[in-house]
Design a protein around this ligand. Structure first.
Ligand code: PLP
Length: 376
């Protein structure tokens, strides 16, 4: 909780949950990434928090942007960044969206199969493409599924297809899984990347770039290693697998850039028990899975929750949202410890909510409006 956020919330008169993002924290995070990975370009993953103020700040600081749709590209352009600072990092794109991106000036595209290469070759001729490879996501609290990427053994074929179609076979990308707690998680994927570089070289294609993806964690309940440790470990793995011919690298932090910059203020709507002799209380908030806390799905992300009653005795609670959907329960398998003294009407602060909250806030599900956002 920063002093600026405390001050903002003290003066706020509107009702309903909101997230408040402190730009000073985002700026600190950007500088920390730039210092920890000095020879790496930062492509901020826009989906983590596309607030115009965040995009303008990162533009000013010199960041590039990983975008997944034409709408995100337009947001980045509106923030003042030029198209040469953007990648179209989604491996699943409509051909007309690729054409539109090309028209806007975007020249860097992700692929993971030949069919996607063909779309790009048709409407974005001469562009650079990188091939995304699968990564098992072990050690990540929000692992990305098999949805994106091909097996490493297929990458050289995909890149060769790009090369033969008049595109520039530019490099390899992967994502080690979001909220990745293991600083060594990049090692295996970098070993695969180096093998793909060698295989492509044998086929006469000199690749240039490794996109190291996101995965850098933000602090929730558990402590996480600092960005510096990730930087060191990634540099060691790069040297180990590429020797002294280090490729150009980029990172795509999302959560690590904005997660700790935001705090959600929410109100306790109801505290109840299901039976008089239950030990566990149910605490219902005015925000839930559909109002921005989607990452509590499967109880994956456990946010720190603060109240004015800290120091009082605590007891286990099931924490649930306000909608009439029974899936709208955040923590039940592992109940959450909250002060026994908590009452209806109390304000709670949910920390680490600067990433993946506004973007996951369903539009007026059950009539509850989408999460209001203030960036100060
Ligand atoms: C979402 C996403 C990211 C950001 O991941 P974090 O774990 O939030 O850092 C980076 N790259 C791609 C391609 C993504 O889809």
């Amino acid at each position: 909780m920063t002093a600026r956020i405390r001050e903002f919330l003290r003066n706020r008169r509107e009702d309903g949950p909101c997230v408040v993002v402190d730009l000073d924290v985002v700026e600190d995070n950007y500088r920390t990434f730039a210092r920890a990975l000095p020879d790496t370009r930062v492509f901020y993953a826009v989906k983590a928090n596309p607030a115009p103020e965040v995009l303008r700040l990162l533009t000013k600081l010199g960041s590039c942007f990983d975008t997944a749709s034409v709408q995100e590209m337009e947001m980045v352009l509106a923030a003042g960044a030029t198209a040469d600072r953007m990648s179209f990092g989604n491996t699943i794109k409509k051909e007309r969206d690729i054409a539109r991106a090309f028209e806007l000036g975007v020249r860097l595209y992700a692929v993971d199969c030949k069919a996607e290469v063909e779309k790009i070759a048709r409407v974005a001729p001469g562009s650079k493409v990188f091939c995304r490879i699968l990564c098992d996501g072990a050690g990540a609290e929000w692992p990305l599924s098999r949805k994106f990427g091909c097996v490493p053994e297929m990458a050289a074929d995909v890149l060769e297809h790009a090369h033969r179609s008049g595109l520039e076979a530019y490099g390899v990308s992967f994502h080690v899984g979001s909220q990745q707690g293991n600083t060594e998680a990049w090692d295996q994927a970098l070993a695969s990347s180096a093998a793909i570089f060698r295989e492509c070289a044998e086929r006469g294609m000199i690749l240039s770039m490794v996109n190291l993806g996101g995965g850098f964690p933000t602090k929730y309940l558990k402590a996480v290693p600092g960005v510096e440790s990730y930087g060191e470990s990634i540099f060691r793995a790069l040297s180990k697998h590429f020797g002294n011919r280090l490729p150009e690298t980029i990172i795509e932090p999302g959560r690590g850039m904005v997660g700790n910059a935001g705090i959600i203020e929410t109100e306790v709507v109801l505290v109840s028990k299901k039976a008089e002799d239950d030990d566990v209380r149910w605490v219902y908030l005015d925000i839930g899975k559909f109002g921005g806390l989607a990452e509590t799905m499967d109880e994956s992300i456990r946010y720190p929750i603060r109240s004015d009653r800290e120091g009082d005795d605590t007891s286990p609670c099931v924490l649930a949202g306000p909608t009439c959907d029974s899936a709208d329960v955040m923590y039940e398998k592992v109940p959450y410890l909250l002060p026994v003294s908590i009452e209806i009407g109390d304000k709670l602060l949910i920390e680490g909510t600067g990433a993946y909250t506004t973007t996951y806030s369903a539009v007026a599900f059950n009539g509850f409006p989408p999460l209001k956002s203030y960036v100060i």
